[in-house]
Design a binder for this molecule. Structure first.
Ligand code: SDX
Length: 437
């Protein structure tokens, strides 16, 4: 932890001067510590969407939104995608360092031993309607894990927490593949002990008794990269949901289920599926400038999906890598996807347009992801599920950090702007009594 220097900001209010400490993070970012504000001034702060509010101190992920920097436990994602697997990165996020060879073997073994869905839980799939969106199945099944596996409360043993975290990261992957098989009416394919995390997932998705699936090393490499790039992103909406729910000491599974639900929104993880739907609409219409105009029109709710970001005011570093891998995979596979041409054209126009430039709106992680998933044969209704699988280690890491740091329940204040007791009094006086005893 950085030495929290003793700088102060002075708040002048009602003739008084109140000093508030300024604390500095290890990368030099600064925060005004307002923990004594209400006690010393009676004031609270208001910050809808928390765009200016740090909810916690964290050692897990660092983002510099202006410079397009993303690091997990201090390691740049550009390094991790070159040299690590997703399981390495999951270990890094949860435990703080990349695993040694022995730690990697032990972690992989724990993931393997915790990859089977309880047979009674498996039967739940018989009762979901075939058209159910896999994200709804996923969040339901994750929540149901609490009924089948011991509650993970903050006083449990470290061994129990380790196993429960591995269970979340591994069983949820199996549930996701089962949800896909359910959606296409095919028999479930079980995890195999001899396959790596990503190879296992692809096999559970695409293998079939009548159509054996060839596990392509390139598809496994790409899935590791995509999962690594989506693995964590500091206090995004779904991770904040995990921290809020977890602060009430709700069990781990219900907490992760809440994060899954938050991620499913089209403004968050649901954007990768929304991008493809939007690119198809633009491709079919043919008039790209019409949609750019709609996106710029304040009176039109239309947004360019996959564009803009609360933190990145530059090109999302994840999108840089995904766009390169997407173009390379399609070229090498001889796949021509007209949606990639539409995406490139949209980006080219937007990055020269004053509206987008002024607001620092660039492609984010979701803009090219769906095109790459399509080329890999991943169905569109599974795109956000892929995001959720990748984000599991991030959610687990933040949950562990939160329970280790503080047992305070998250309970923000508000600014009340409703009716006053005076207004109510006058109203009551004018109302005749309706209920005569
Ligand atoms: C993810 O937080 C994370 O880290 C999330 C994530 C992660 O890894 O967890 O990175 C994953 O969720 C990526 C984002 C995926 N969502 C989308 O692609 C949906 C489209 N994007 C927008 O809805 C928007 O950009 C958000 C939701 C991503 C960010 O919204 P903000 O920060 O609340 O920004 P804003 O709505 O206040 O926009 C600022 C201005 C507004 O215009 P003005 O009022 O200043 O005139 O920019 C405009 C907005 O209208 N704007 C857009 C736009 N995004 C913002 N205009 C057109 N198209 C867009 N996409």
């Amino acid at each position: 932890m950085a030495e929290e220097n003793k700088k102060f900001a002075v708040l002048k209010f009602e003739g008084r001067e109140i000093e508030l400490p300024v604390v500095t993070g290890t990368e030099g970012d600064k925060a005004l510590d307002i923990q004594t504000l209400r006690r010393s001034t009676g004031l609270v702060t208001i910050d809808p969407g928390f765009a200016n509010t740090a909810s916690c101190r964290s050692q897990i992920t660092y983002i510099d939104g202006e410079k397009g920097v993303l690091r997990y436990r201090g390691i740049p994602i550009e390094e991790l995608v070159k040299k690590s697997t997703f399981v390495d990165v999951a270990y890094l996020l949860v435990h703080g360092t990349l695993p040694t060879e022995q730690e990697r073997l032990d972690f992989s073994s724990m993931l393997n031993l915790n990859s089977l869905v309880h047979e009674d839980m498996r039967r739940f799939f018989d009762h979901f309607p075939q058209g159910a969106h896999p994200m709804h199945i996923l969040s339901t099944m994750i929540n149901a894990m609490a009924a089948f596996y011991p509650n993970v409360d903050i006083n449990t043993t470290i061994a129990n927490i380790e196993q429960s975290c591995a269970r979340v990261i591994s069983i949820v992957r199996t549930i996701a593949a089962f949800a896909y098989k359910k959606s296409i009416g095919e028999p479930l394919v079980y995890p195999r002990h001899d396959l790596s995390y990503c190879a296992n997932f692809l096999n559970m998705m695409f293998d079939s008794p009548v159509r054996p699936y060839h596990i392509s090393p390139e598809a496994v490499r790409l899935l590791n990269i995509l999962f690594i790039l989506h693995a964590d992103h500091e206090q995004n909406c779904s991770t904040s949901a995990v921290r809020v729910i977890g602060s009430a000491q709700v069990n781990l599974y219900a907490t992760i289920s809440a994060g899954t639900s938050a991620l499913s929104g089209p403004l968050h993880g649901g954007a990768n599926q929304a991008v493809i739907e939007q690119l198809k609409m633009i491709y079919k219409d043919g008039d790209i400038h019409k949609f750019i105009k709609m996106a710029k029109d304040k009176n039109n709710p239309f947004r360019l999906m996959g564009f803009g970001h609360r933190v990145y005011k530059s090109y999302d570093p994840r999108a840089v890598i995904i766009r390169k891998e997407c173009e390379r995979f399609l070229a090498r596979s001889g796949i021509t996807d007209p949606l990639l041409d539409v995406a490139r054209k949209l980006e080219e126009i937007a990055l020269k347009d004053e509206y987008f430039v002024e607001r620092n709106l660039y492609p984010n992680v979701d803009f090219y992801t769906g095109i790459l998933y399509r080329a890999m044969g991943i169905p569109e209704n599974m795109f956000t599920v892929m995001f959720a699988l990748a984000r599991l280690p991030g959610w687990v890491a933040h949950w562990r950090e939160m329970i280790g740091d503080s047992t305070k329940i998250v309970r923000p204040r508000q600014l009340y702007i409703g009716r006053t007791i005076q207004e109510i009094g006058e109203e009551l006086e004018t109302r005749s009594s309706r209920f005569l005893l």
